[in-house]
Write a protein that binds this ligand. Structure first.
Ligand SMILES: [Zn+2]
Length: 395
């Protein structure tokens, strides 16, 4: 039975279940043969007190188990660079030059890598539960462990960055409370998370996964920080992601108003998923005699297939151009990821794509019938405050 005992933002006990996504793979990346996956339900809960959308209560041990093994596909550094550039264009170079920076959860892909490639000098520390060798190479200091308990100097840092990590934390309010302690007074918390509204509009199948226990809106992220005495300094971007800067002022600890109606947004999410499923069904892929392939074997495609299991059942081959995925098994199938050179000899007659850029890049050179499904899940993003920028995700 799925339950939310305590809201991850406001600690209230008034979570209400909206809906459940069934049988999601715990590991969404292709796995080495022989490594078993688990398929569990994820409940979408709305906190009646602060409007935060989040998954059911999970134990710390369960969440830690997602990150013990090295099945995470490494992200590239383009996004971090664009985030640093956006920060500098808002506040000037002096925001980073010679600053003391704490990179929370950057053990995989430290911000220090982007900083040095952009020519900035600063003292950068990384704290991460499982820091990789790359972090040790790039950062001034690496602290392994949970940020909430890590041994860090109080009031030391000018900046704390948390890029794509806040949504993973089981106790984000403890993380933000700790940020208030290790940042100097007036220091800045620089935070990027996926955006509830933007995900529903542009990539809805990538919204619900066990790793993302929180699905923030601007309002709920705002409450997370204002409840720990931070004050908003700047909203730098709002589209599929939210990019916000908060100042450590040790101010009043109040809830912020909701920025969206979470219940209506989740209704929109479910109805979009239903429509997408119907539109894909109308293509007649399942009834087709032709052998069906998929060109994409990342986390997003695993989640897409988990949401449309009937489509997963129809596949006879999966391809990906990234070598580290090849030879591994697509979650929920017994299909081994093949290199694109095998498309011609695989017997696949119809090949599905989930991305405009990959489709446009690859399809013209192939002799099979290519079908791009991305058009079904991308809706135009309308943001009230006009902060939407297409550039955010094109990198
Ligand atoms: Zn709450």
């Amino acid at each position: 039975m799925l339950a939310l005992e305590r809201c991850r933002v406001c600690q209230g006990g008034n979570g209400r279940l909206h809906s459940v996504t069934s049988a999601l793979p715990i590991y969404i990346w292709p796995l080495p043969p022989g490594k078993s996956n688990r398929f569990l339900d994820a409940g979408l809960f709305v906190c009646e007190d602060c409007s935060h959308v989040q998954l059911q209560t999970m134990t710390d041990a369960f969440i830690d188990s997602f990150y013990e093994d090295e099945y995470l596909v490494l992200e590239d550094h383009v996004l971090d660079r664009s985030r640093i550039e956006a920060l500098v264009s808002a506040f000037g170079r002096e925001i980073i030059e010679d600053a003391r920076l704490l990179d929370i959860g950057g053990g995989n892909n430290p911000v220090a890598g982007s900083l040095s490639s952009l020519g900035y000098r600063c003292e950068s520390w990384v704290v991460d539960i499982n820091p990789r060798p790359r972090a040790k190479e790039l950062a001034s200091k690496v602290v392994a462990g949970r940020f909430e308990d890590a041994d860090l100097p109080q009031g030391h840092f000018d900046l704390a960055t948390s890029f794509d990590s806040m949504e993973h934390f089981n106790h984000p309010s403890d993380v933000v409370a700790r940020m208030a302690e290790v940042l100097r007074p007036g220091g800045l918390a620089v935070v990027a998370v996926p955006n509830l509204t933007g995900l529903i509009s542009s990539i809805p199948h990538y919204m619900v996964l066990h790793q993302h226990v929180s699905i923030f809106s601007v309002g709920s992220l705002e409450s997370l920080f204002s409840l720990q005495g931070f004050r908003r300094k700047a909203l730098l971007r709002e589209d599929t992601a939210i990019y916000l800067v908060y100042e450590n002022v040790h101010g009043p600890k109040d809830l912020s108003p909701a920025s969206v109606d979470p219940w209506a947004e989740l209704d929109r999410f479910r109805s979009r998923m239903e429509v997408i499923g119907e539109e894909i069904k109308a293509l007649g892929l399942a009834a087709d005699e032709h052998r069906l392939g998929l060109y994409a074997a990342g986390g997003s495609s695993s989640l897409f297939l988990a949401n449309f299991p009937w489509l997963r059942e129809c596949l006879s081959a999966v391809f990906d151009r990234e070598e580290h995925k090849q030879g591994r098994i697509v979650p929920g199938t017994d299909l081994v990821v093949l290199p694109p050179e095998k498309i011609a000899s695989s017997g696949v007659e119809k090949l599905l794509f989930l991305s405009d850029s990959i489709h446009d890049d690859v399809a013209p050179g192939l002799s099979v019938d290519c079908v791009n499904l991305a058009r079904f899940f991308k809706a135009p993003i309308e943001m009230e405050n006009g902060k939407h920028r297409d550039a955010w995700n094109s990198g």
